[in-house]
Design a protein around this ligand. Structure first.
Ligand code: A3P
Length: 286
């Protein structure tokens, strides 16, 4: 296993650096105009990065087509990304998968804004398994069952989904935190894009909003990502790019879980989410 454990959280040893994360946590100063896309991996991170970029370019797709997503919205926890953007003019947009207890402390006293995208953890599990099996540096899982267990135990990058969501959820009453779901993006992209614009204080015309929506659709995004050669850092990452835009649907878990696995998952969900608001998420009832 290539995990690197930091304060109990499994991270990826080939891209993460404990010293960097610790330094970011203690010293990185967020500015009021900063915006962070925050997710547990496979929750729709790239979708939200795309939407955010398009909102900032008022629906014009030139930026998303010509600049790789990791330069538009660098992951805070990746040292090389942060070094690359340090001196660039537009470095107010960021991405992160960090659990709340590892995130730069300055956020909690700043006006920087977090867009947190949550997704049905059963669909995350399925998406993560496919992604993991295309990740060149990791050996593939030979069975679904094995990954299912690791996921529930939090033996996956960034640890347990339950810990991630429970760590961040208390922030949802703050003015600088917007809780969104992958499912609501699906259900009504327009309303969600408008909600994001309002949260960010961005006024876009009807036409501009329509262009954001058009360019953030699954198919158009897939083409943007696949067409852009610069977005393949290495030849062996090609399949990773394809799996990044895999199916893009809600409820794919039903094609993978057995009835027993569904029951096991539901039981754990009930136990781990005890004391949290019921009906907070669209998947709480299914
Ligand atoms: P699936 O593997 O279920 O298809 P992340 O960006 O956090 O890694 O999440 C990846 C998931 O988001 C993938 O899910 C991917 O297909 C989905 N996704 C990305 N862009 C999307 C879009 N425009 N519409 C719907 N789903 C999208």
């Amino acid at each position: 296993n290539k995990f690197l454990f930091f304060k109990g959280v499994p991270l990826l040893s080939h891209i993460h650096d404990v010293e960097h994360i610790q330094r970011m946590q203690d010293e990185f100063e967020f500015q009021d105009e900063d915006v962070i896309v925050m997710t547990y991996p496979k929750s729709g991170t790239h979708w939200m990065i795309h939407i955010l970029s398009l909102i900032y370019s008022k629906g014009d797709p030139t930026w998303v087509k010509s600049v790789p997503y990791w330069e538009r919205c660098p992951w805070i926890e990746i040292k090389t990304n942060m070094e690359n953007v340090k001196n660039k003019a537009n470095s107010h947009l960021f991405t992160s998968h960090l659990p709340a207890h590892l995130f730069p402390k300055s956020y909690f006293t700043s006006k920087a804004k977090i867009l947190y995208v949550a997704r049905n953890p059963k669909d995350i599990l399925v998406s993560a398994l496919h992604f993991r099996n295309h990740f060149p540096i990791f050996p593939s899982y030979s069975t679904f069952e094995h990954f299912f267990e690791d996921f529930l135990q939090g033996n996956v990058p960034f640890g347990s989904w339950f810990d991630h969501i429970k760590g961040w959820l208390p922030m949802r009453h703050s003015e600088n935190f917007l809780l969104l779901t992958y499912e609501e993006l699906h259900q009504n992209l327009k309303v969600t894009v408008e909600k994001v614009c309002q949260f960010l204080g961005k006024e876009l015309s009807e036409e501009e909003i329509n262009s954001v929506m058009e360019n953030a659709s699954f198919q158009v995004m897939k083409n943007h990502i696949l067409e852009n050669k610069e977005l393949v850092p290495a030849e062996d990452m090609k399949s990773l790019k394809i799996v990044l835009m895999r199916k893009g649907i809600c409820g794919d878990w039903k094609n993978h879980f057995t009835v027993t696995q569904m029951e096991t998952f539901n039981k754990q969900y009930q136990e781990k989410m005890k004391g949290m608001d019921q009906n907070l998420f669209p998947w709480d009832q299914c």
